[in-house]
Design a protein around this ligand. Structure first.
Ligand SMILES: *Cc1c(COP(=O)(O)O)cnc(C)c1O
Length: 236
């Protein structure tokens, strides 16, 4: 596996998908999904041009931060976040992608207030109604967005979604399009521009080009950069 080559190939595909959709490739950020990767692999990815890492698990985030493995890149939290682990994440990442409940929102607000900072977040939407996944339903989204906007130590930057896993090319386009519509709708309701709702996080290795075609501003890519992962242990 050649990381530099993979980074270049993924960046080229993002740029091509953007141009085909009449978009500026510069609008789309590539977030390397670094779960299960070692400190050295993360350093190699950054040396190969990765500017943003997305971490899934609090334990891995903490270890990589202690090892200074992300030097030269920005870090986001993209995994499911438990309320009791918020203290280990708030203020340590520039964006939390996976906020999906009022309880989690409140825990982040409390911790950000304590640290005297403002935490950027996305709300995670469960657009296909999959019971096994996190994310707020499209129906509940406006209420949660209003709660987020009322939190003085939180800045709502946009939405994140993980559509169903599919092996059929193009199968997720309809979900990406639904998510984009939700994003546009929320933005128009919260037209006060101080909030900078500019981030639509969707698309992974199997479908990031479709996500870009449908308006993603950030894609989270693991396998296409790092190769297949070993099976994961159950989530903590
Ligand atoms: C693992 C992961 C990804 C990347 O998945 P790949 O299919 O390996 O590209 C993206 N987003 C989240 C939230 C993940 O957990």
């Amino acid at each position: 596996m050649d990381l530099s080559q993979n980074v270049k190939a993924v960046e080229e595909k993002i740029a091509a998908a953007a141009r085909a959709a009449g978009r500026d490739p510069g609008e789309i950020a590539l977030c390397a999904a670094t779960k299960v990767q070692t400190d050295d692999t993360i350093r190699a990815a950054i040396a190969a041009g990765i500017r943003l890492c997305g971490e899934n698990r609090v334990q891995e985030l903490t270890a990589h931060l202690e090892a200074n493995a992300y030097a030269g890149a920005d870090v986001h939290f993209i995994g499911h976040l438990q309320t009791n682990k918020v203290r280990q994440v708030v203020g340590r990442v520039s964006l939390i992608h996976s906020v999906d409940s009022a309880r989690l929102l409140q825990a982040i607000e409390t911790q950000a207030d304590k640290l005297g900072l403002r935490q950027d977040i996305l709300l995670e939407v469960n657009v296909a109604g999959e019971a096994s996944k996190g994310g707020v339903s499209p129906e509940e989204l406006p209420r949660l967005a209003e709660l987020a906007l009322a939190c003085p130590h939180i800045r709502l930057r946009g939405l994140m979604a993980i559509p169903p896993v599919s092996t059929v090319s193009g199968a997720n386009r309809k979900y990406f399009s639904q998510i984009r519509n939700l994003f546009v709708d929320i933005m128009s309701k919260m037209s006060d521009n101080q909030y900078n709702m500019d981030c639509l996080s969707m698309g992974m290795s199997a479908d990031y080009e479709d996500a870009v075609a449908e308006g993603a501003t950030l894609v989270r890519v693991g396998t296409a950069l790092f190769g297949p992962r070993p099976p994961m242990s159950p989530a903590q």
